[in-house]
Design a protein around this ligand. Structure first.
Ligand code: BDR
Ligand code: CA
Length: 312
C-alpha cells in the first residue's frame, strides 16, 4: 500500500491523544515522519511529554517526537487546564516516559524535512495552535511546494466560538500563525467545530470502546470520561466533541465528511473578535477559495472507524 507521509503537529490534550493513538494504529496508511508539539492546551513541556506517553502506550517508540514553540507568535499563551486537567491528559496514568525527546526544535525539523522532500509529498496534520507551522512557513517559504496537503482542526462558523463568542481555541491561541497558514496557497482542509460538534462521545460509544478490553481502549475511556465532564455540561450534549481525531478520519475515509471550497481568513486585530474564522460559505465575495471547509460528518461511521483502528 502507498503510505501517506505525514507530520502531526499537536498539543495533547485528551482529544489530541486519541488522535495520536488512532494515527499510530495505522502503519499501513501513514508514514509518520515526526510528531511535533506546541504549547496550547497545556504548556510545551507537558504537550511533548504527553505525546511521548501516547507513543509508548501505542508501542510506537519508533516515531520521533519534537518540541516546538512555547508561546504564540504575538500573544500570551492561553492554556485550557479547565477542560483537559492539570496534566492535559487527565484520565490516564501520567508518568515520565522513557523514549527520548528529540533535540532538534520542531520548527527546524519541519523545515529540514520538507526541504529534503519532493514537491507535493508531505501532508501536515495540525491539531493545536498553528504556531510551529506558521513559523516554519514564515521562516522558509521554500517549504511550501513540498506540502501535499494540510488537514487541520480549528475554527468555527455555524457553531460559533468555544473559547470566545467568536473564536475556536486553536485559532484564538495564535491567529497570526493561522492567517499565515490560510494564505499559504497549498491544498487546505479545515475540520472546524461545525464538524467536530457532531462527533459526540456518548455513553454508548464509551461502552463500545471499553469493550475493546485493551490498555489503549482503557486509556481512551479514561480520558473521554474526564473530558466529558466539562464539555457535556457546557454544551448540554450526550458526550463531549472528539475534535482532533476527525483529521485522521478525514485522511482515512474522506467520504465520511461533506465540505465546500470557501474563502477563509482569520481576524488578527480586533480585541472583540480575535481568532474568528471569517468563512465565505455562500460565495458572497470573489476572494480565492483557499480551503475545503468541512461542515458535515457521518458520526456513526466516524466512531466505527475510530474503534476499528483502536482495536489494532
Ligand atoms: C481544539 O482545542 C483544543 O482544546 C482541542 O485539543 C482541540 O484541538 C478544539 O477547539
Ligand atoms: Ca488539540
Amino acid at each position: 500500500m502507498n503510505q501517506r507521509k505525514i507530520i502531526i503537529d499537536c498539543d495533547p490534550g485528551q482529544d489530541d491523544a486519541v488522535m495520536l493513538l488512532m494515527a499510530l494504529a495505522c502503519p499501513d496508511e501513514f508514514d509518520i515522519l515526526g510528531i511535533t508539539t506546541v504549547a496550547g492546551n497545556v504548556p510545551l513541556d507537558l504537550t511533548q511529554r504527553n505525546a511521548r506517553i501516547m507513543c509508548e502506550l501505542a508501542g510506537r517508540t519508533d516515531v520521533q517526537v519534537f518540541a516546538g514553540c512555547d508561546k504564540p507568535m504575538r500573544h500570551e499563551l492561553i492554556t485550557a487546564e479547565n477542560v483537559h486537567g492539570k496534566t492535559g491528559i487527565d484520565g490516564v496514568t501520567v508518568y515520565p516516559p522513557t523514549m527520548p525527546l528529540q533535540d532538534q526544535h520542531a520548527v527546524d525539523f519541519i523545515i529540514e524535512t520538507l526541504l529534503g522532500s519532493e514537491n507535493d509529498s508531505i501532508t501536515l496534520v495540525p491539531t493545536g495552535p498553528l504556531t510551529n507551522i506558521g513559523q516554519a512557513m514564515a521562516r522558509q517559504p521554500d517549504i511550501l511546494p513540498r506540502i501535499k496537503e494540510i488537514v487541520l482542526m480549528g475554527g468555527a462558523m455555524r457553531e460559533g466560538g468555544n473559547t470566545t463568542p467568536s473564536a475556536e481555541f486553536n485559532i484564538l491561541e495564535d491567529p497570526d500563525a493561522a492567517q499565515i497558514v490560510m494564505q499559504c496557497e497549498r491544498p487546505l482542509t479545515i475540520v472546524p467545530l461545525d464538524v467536530t460538534h457532531q462527533a459526540l462521545v456518548s455513553q454508548k460509544r464509551i461502552e463500545q470502546i471499553r469493550a475493546l478490553d485493551t490498555p489503549v481502549g482503557a486509556a481512551v475511556v479514561g480520558m473521554m470520561e474526564f473530558f466529558n465532564r466539562f464539555d457535556s455540561d457546557k454544551y448540554g450534549s450526550d458526550g463531549a466533541p472528539l475534535h482532533d481525531p476527525c483529521t485522521i478520519a478525514y485522511l482515512l475515509e474522506p467520504e465520511l465528511f461533506e465540505g465546500k471550497m470557501c474563502n477563509v481568513e482569520i481576524e488578527t486585530g480586533s480585541p472583540l473578535t480575535r481568532g474568528h474564522t471569517a468563512v465565505d460559505f455562500w460565495g458572497v465575495t470573489d476572494k480565492v477559495r483557499n480551503a475545503n471547509w468541512l461542515y458535515k460528518l457521518d458520526a456513526d461511521g466516524f466512531f466505527a472507524l475510530l474503534i476499528d483502528r483502536l482495536k489494532s
